[in-house]
Design a protein around this ligand. Structure first.
Ligand SMILES: Cc1ncc(COP(=O)(O)O)c(C=O)c1O
Length: 382
């Protein structure tokens, strides 16, 4: 059968490959980005209560008003920004869906989208599924900061959008206010639309704070900001998220959304609305403790930590003192021989660029992290 090839990514994603390999070798899985601990009991109870109370039919297309209002309250409380619940927020089945929907709302065949690599793996296929092209600008290792001259040089008359991600997966880098200003200067006097993937917005460490595109008055007018409840409440399997954008962009987003999935899981929306209203504690502290614990343990291994993660729940590490294998082979070898699964960072580059780095996910129970590192300390250094 002849079927169209909608994007250039071929084969199974590395996340599926590494998780399958982890299972096969009974390895500790620090590869895929999801927590291995329980969610807040009040949240799971709220989900059960919502279903038992009969909230089981279609919610309004853009999301339950009560949830959208709680999201707006949360952004006002935490960032001091006013977001209009009705005209600017759309509840989605996760951030990946929201990214695809935003691209579909704005892209035409032949358009170009600038992608900073390493990058989350859905961006480029989503761009290509819309007949557009990704224009790659590499981030500068080892800090993975943005080289703004290279972004400027990548702009052409066909550039329709730039997708950015802070805090960053896989590197844990975060954007400064200056980064946002640099971006604003580049897109000023163009009609380029920004997609700001801020799914790890609440996971920023060492007293730093996340700067949201919503705080940047100029950029906000031309941006979709994309969020995931999964990364905030440790319930990635619920696949719940939302998009915040100015009215005109939100209307374009909803024109696609209403014919893609129309509406999102009703009991989960009720549960999240209730949780958002009552649980206003900062959540980065728990994850920072895990990061610090993991980094402390890693000092006894031959891995090199070039820069501690400043955000997200990932830590990148170099293995130059252990092996000179390409990163994918090294990650497979580590899973097979030492029983710890990770992700090779080359998987986040469309050209497979290999900086000999692997990514650990530290959003795990302390005992999981301790068991994993107990295996890694046995690694002989070259
Ligand atoms: C940068 C980034 N964006 C988006 C997502 C996806 O979020 P969701 O599970 O809500 O689709 C992830 C998940 O790993 C991510 O790391």
């Amino acid at each position: 059968m002849q079927l169209p090839q909608k994007h250039s990514a071929t084969g199974t994603t590395i996340f599926t490959v590494m998780s399958a390999l982890a299972q096969k070798h009974n390895a500790i899985n620090l590869s895929q980005g999801f927590p291995d601990f329980h969610i807040d009991e009040r949240l799971s109870k709220a989900l059960g209560d919502a279903a038992a109370s009969g909230f089981n039919q279609y919610a309004p297309m853009a999301g339950l008003p009560v949830l959208k209002q709680e999201i707006a309250n949360s952004f006002r409380r935490r960032y001091g920004v006013q977001v209009d619940a009705d005209s600017e927020i759309t509840v989605t089945p996760g951030a990946t869906y929201a990214i695809y929907t935003a691209f579909t709302a704005i892209l035409s065949p032949g358009d170009e989208v600038i992608v900073l690599e390493p990058a989350y793996d859905s961006y480029i296929p989503n761009i290509e599924m819309n007949g557009a092209h990704a224009v790659i600008v590499p981030l500068s290792a080892p800090t993975f900061s943005v080289d703004w001259q290279r972004v400027q040089d990548a702009i052409t008359p066909r550039t329709r959008s730039i997708i950015i991600n802070t805090p960053h997966n896989p590197t844990g880098a975060i954007w400064t206010l200056d980064d946002w200003d640099q971006l604003a200067a580049i897109v000023r006097n163009t009609d380029i639309i920004i997609l700001a993937d801020e799914v790890y917005e609440q996971l920023v460490y060492d007293g730093a704070r996340h700067h949201s595109v919503l705080e940047h008055e100029e950029l906000r007018q031309r941006s979709f900001a994309l969020y995931s409840f999964g990364k905030v409440y440790n319930n990635t399997g619920w696949k719940m998220g939302f998009c915040i954008a100015p009215q005109e962009l939100t209307q374009a987003f909803r024109r696609i959304h209403q014919f893609l999935c129309f509406t999102v899981n009703t009991p989960a929306q009720y549960a999240l609305a209730q949780h958002l209203a009552h649980d206003t504690r900062p959540i980065h502290e728990v994850m920072q403790r895990k990061r610090d614990y993991f980094l402390e343990l890693m000092k006894d291994t031959p891995f090199t930590i070039h820069a501690p993660a400043r955000g997200s729940y990932f830590q990148v590490a170099g293995y130059e003192r252990i092996s000179d294998l390409p990163d994918r082979e090294f990650a497979e070898w580590l899973t097979r021989e030492y029983g710890v699964a990770t992700i090779p960072v080359s998987a986040f580059y469309s050209n497979g660029k290999d900086d000999k780095l692997i990514r650990f996910c530290f959003a795990k129970k302390e005992e999981t992290l301790a068991d994993a590192v107990a295996r890694l300390v046995k690694l002989p250094a070259l």
